[in-house]
Structure formats: C-alpha cells, structure tokens
Design a protein around this ligand. Structure first.
Ligand code: GLA
Length: 504
C-alpha cells in the first residue's frame, strides 16, 4: 500500500507543481465598444527561475530576453527590433490561481496598467509564418494624384473614435462649407475601422462601420471620394487586423466597397520584414490595387524609412510619408515642415512627399502658426489632408483651409516642391517655381517675436526686379519698387507672395 501512496503523492506533486508553473500560452482579452476584442498573448516557458517565450501586444511581437522572480512575483523584459532600433517592454507579473496578472507602463513615468490573462490553447495568437517578399519590378503609374491629394483624415482629431456617423457628417460639412469647392475631395478613414476576417478570410468592418459599401455610396453621392487604411503586417498600429497574406483579397474588397484611396501603414510588418524588404512588401499591395481594377490612390506610410522617396513611384505609390507622426504643436509641425528641403527633387505629378496630415484647427497652435503650416505644406507640394473637425471650425480656421490662392500654390500643375534659398538665424526664405514662369516666395519667421525680413530679387534669379507681388494671405497686390522688398513678419508667421518677373 505504501508504494501506491508514494506514486499518488508524486502524481499530486507533479500536478500541483504544474499549477504553479507559468509555462503555457496565456491571453488577456479586452473587449472594445466597437465589438472587437484586444488580445494580448504571453507565450511562456518556465524552467526553474528562468522564463523565456514571447509577448504579442497590439502591433508588437517581443522575445523575452530577461526574467527574474518566482511565479508569484516576477518581471519579464521583451525586446524586438523595429527597423534598426531595438524596442523593449517590461511586465511585472504574478500568478494567482488560474489567473496571470501582468502589469506594464506605457512610458517609464506612466502608471502601471494591469491586464489579466487566462490559459489559451497552444499556438493561438502565434505570429503567422513569414511569406518571402516578391522579387522587385516596376508597378505602372495609376494616373492618379496629378496634383497633391486634398481631403480629410480621421486620425488627428478622432483617432479610435471615428465611426460611420462622423464620416457622413464630415462629408456633409466638406460638401457644404466651401472645402469641396476649394478642391478637397478625399474623406479618409484611418485606423480602427477593422474587425476580424470572416471564414473565407474577407476583412470585415467593426460595429462602428455597419456597412462600408453604403458609406462609400453616401460619400460618393456628395461628389466626394472615400479612403481607407490598413497595414502590410498582421496588425495595424492600433492593434487591429492588418492585410498580411491577404493583399489581393483586401484590394478586391476595397474595390467592391467603392474605396478610392488606401493609406498603407507599416506597423505590424516590422515584426516580419526588415526595412530593406519594405519596397517589395509595398510593391505587393501596389500590384494588388492595380489588379483590383479600381483606381485607388496609394499612400505609403512608413515614416520616411529606407529612403522611400527613391522607390515610392516604383511600387505604384502616389505619396509617401517622409517623417514620423505630426503632433498639434508648433515644435512638431515646424520641425517636420522645415526639414523637407532635401527631398524637393523627389516630388513630381503623381508622386508626392507627404510630411503628414494637417493639424490646422485642432487647437494646439495659434492662427498665425496654422497659416504657416498651410503655407509651408503648400510650398512643399504636400498633400493637404485636413485633420480637424470640419463641423465646428472657427471662421479663421475655415479661411486658412480654404484660401484658394494658397491652395493654388500647392496644386500648381508643374508639381515642383519648394526649396530653401536663404536662412538667417530663425528667418528663412523658400521659393517654389510655378507653371507659367511665376514663383511662390515665402518669408518664414520661425522666431517667437516679429522680425524684419528682406528679399533681394536678384538672389531669387530674377533678371529684372518684379513690379508687383500678390500677398496670398492679405489678398492684396503689393507694389514693389527696387531690387529688394522688406517687410515685418510676425513671430511664427509667414509672408507668402506670388511673384512674376517683369511687368504683370
Ligand atoms: C501611425 C500613423 C498615423 C496613424 C496611426 C493609426 O502612427 O503614422 O498616421 O495612421 O498609425 O494607428
């Protein structure tokens, strides 16, 4: 009898020791109001005091590189490569019965946020197998975006709160408030519209967007176009379903819904591909969009990595982000905008540098600063994608966004991006050649205080001094007299002129 007790004891020990073991696949499920469930996976292997494995959270997939503690109180650090930069996450965990409590900080100074994970079947939530990127070839130009695209995008103002009703109301506003007349056309839904795929692998929209086709029909009925968002990775930046391994299928779905514009955001692709493979990965979607048979503007969003301006046109891209995300501050906007000089050669009809969407009207800058934002983006031949609530603009913001004389600079048919021609401390002069031999001349004052500025016409290549210039914000013809022109430019402000050499 004794030997039987001993065997049972060993079995019990094995079971109870197993219960205190972290080994296994764990999932924390956070249901969102849009009907999707945000899932975080901890695939753990415990051997004595060491814990190895992976953490998959939103768009990120980390390998556990450090661990300490016991199942009742432990710390794990996950690391991954994001392009050429390492990324880290730290979780503090504890096993409590059948629950795994995992807490992390979004930033080192932020409070700990806890999720509770339960055991999940092995393999659930695993990263999909890598699909080798295709060999490079040139995707034919889709004949779209001959001038920089103009429209609106949901992200800067609404982020995860965008829904069908908001998009319809924004389309109504754009059609009625003069923006459509001024050239704005695209209404672009950014991240967080996605649900999971159906049994046939078709991407579906979540509860916030009950019927994408009906929404596209509505936007089209207003004489506008509808844009959508996805990622070449398994997940988007906000952790929603990406397009990975479904490129042709998704392009067909977009075409069937009536989508006219796709912003394709690297995000979760960073877990599968290197930056050197980006071109091939973006080419795959360029091919898929073309095969869909519908003209769809192709907007590449990979934060200006891997010299995208050199290969963006070859993958069928109509525009490509040149920077990280803009924020609604003078610092962010001006740092991005004034840093685009070296990319001028890459802008051309059909193919544009994209220094990110407009923040005009979102409240973090003054009207003077927003006029600088609009002027600078127009000088840069940048896409003019408004990012504010078009239903509730002040008259000043409305006038900035719909200034047709400034928009005419952005939309100039030559498609030549401005260059900096002079810089003295915080003051800069940029010029942009326009169709018909005119020039846009912008005197930017990046200092806080007003500053006198002088432009010498001979420095801008004028053989004869111009006699008049059009002030595009004052809507006023300025009489010029002599070889130079001086004006006081407000702090963080701009004087934007359209100048033609000789008589006008
Ligand atoms: C990235 C992009 C943003 C926006 C978000 C959405 O950060 O750069 O423009 O699309 O993702 O998650």
């Amino acid at each position: 009898m004794k030997w039987l007790c001993a065997v049972v004891a060993v079995m019990c020990c094995a079971l109870s020791c197993g219960a205190a073991d972290l080994t296994g696949n764990w999932v924390a499920e956070n249901p969102l109001p849009d009907g999707t469930v945000r899932k975080t996976y901890f695939d753990l292997k415990q051997q004595d005091s060491s814990i190895t494995g992976h953490i998959r959270v939103t768009q990120f997939y980390y390998t556990i590189s450090e661990s300490s503690g016991t199942p009742e109180a432990f710390t794990i650090t996950g690391t991954m490569m994001d392009g050429n930069s390492p990324r880290k996450v730290v979780y503090e965990g504890k096993l409590a019965g059948e629950e795994l409590h995992m807490a992390t900080r979004r930033r080192p100074d932020a409070p700990l946020v806890e999720v509770v994970a339960h055991r999940a079947p092995a393999g659930e939530g695993a990263m999909p197998a890598r699909i080798a990127p295709p060999a490079l070839h040139k995707v034919a130009y889709n004949a779209l975006a001959k001038t920089p695209p103009m429209g609106w995008n949901s992200w800067n103002k609404f982020a995860g709160r965008v829904d069908d009703a908001t998009v319809r109301a924004i389309a109504d506003a754009m059609a009625a408030n003069g923006m459509k007349d001024a050239g704005y056309t695209y209404i672009n839904i950014d991240d967080t519209w996605e649900a999971e795929r159906d049994a046939q692998g078709n991407i579906q929209s979540n509860k916030k967007f009950p019927n994408m086709k009906a929404l596209a029909d509505y936007v089209h009925s207003k004489g506008l176009k509808l844009g959508i968002y996805s990622s070449p990775g398994p997940n988007t930046c906000a952790g929603y379903e990406g397009t990975y391994a479904h490129e042709e299928q998704d392009a067909r779905t977009y075409a069937a819904w009536g989508i006219d514009y796709l912003k394709y955001d690297w995000c979760g692709a960073r877990n599968i591909y290197t930056d050197a493979e980006m071109q091939a990965v973006y080419q795959k979607m360029g091919d898929a969009l073309q095969a869909s048979g519908r003209p769809i503007v192709y907007s590449l969003c990979q934060y200006g990595r891997a010299d995208v301006w050199k290969w963006g046109p070859d993958v069928g891209g109509n525009l490509w982000r040149t920077t990280g995300d803009i924020r609604d501050t003078w610092d962010s906007m001006s740092k991005i905008g004034f840093n685009q000089d070296e990319l001028a050669a890459y802008a051309a009809p059909g193919h544009w540098n994209d220094p990110d969407m407009l923040e005009i009207g979102n409240g973090g800058m003054t009207d003077t600063e927003y006029r600088t934002h609009m002027s600078l983006w127009s000088m840069l031949a940048a896409p003019l994608i408004a990012g504010n609530d078009l239903r509730s603009m002040t008259p000043a913001i409305h006038d900035i966004l719909t200034n047709k004389e400034v928009i005419a600079i952005d939309q100039d048919s030559e498609g030549k991006q401005a260059k900096r021609v002079g810089k003295w401390g915080d003051q800069e002069i940029w010029t942009r050649p326009l169709a018909g031999g005119a020039q846009a001349v912008a005197l930017f004052n990046r200092a806080k205080d007003d500053a006198p500025m002088t432009v010498k016409w001979s420095d801008l290549g004028f053989s004869q001094p111009p006699r008049t210039a059009r002030d595009l914000w004052a809507h006023f013809d300025v009489k010029l007299d002599g070889s130079q022109y001086s004006a006081t430019v407000p702090g963080h402000g701009v004087l934007l002129l359209r100048v033609k050499s000789g008589d006008r």
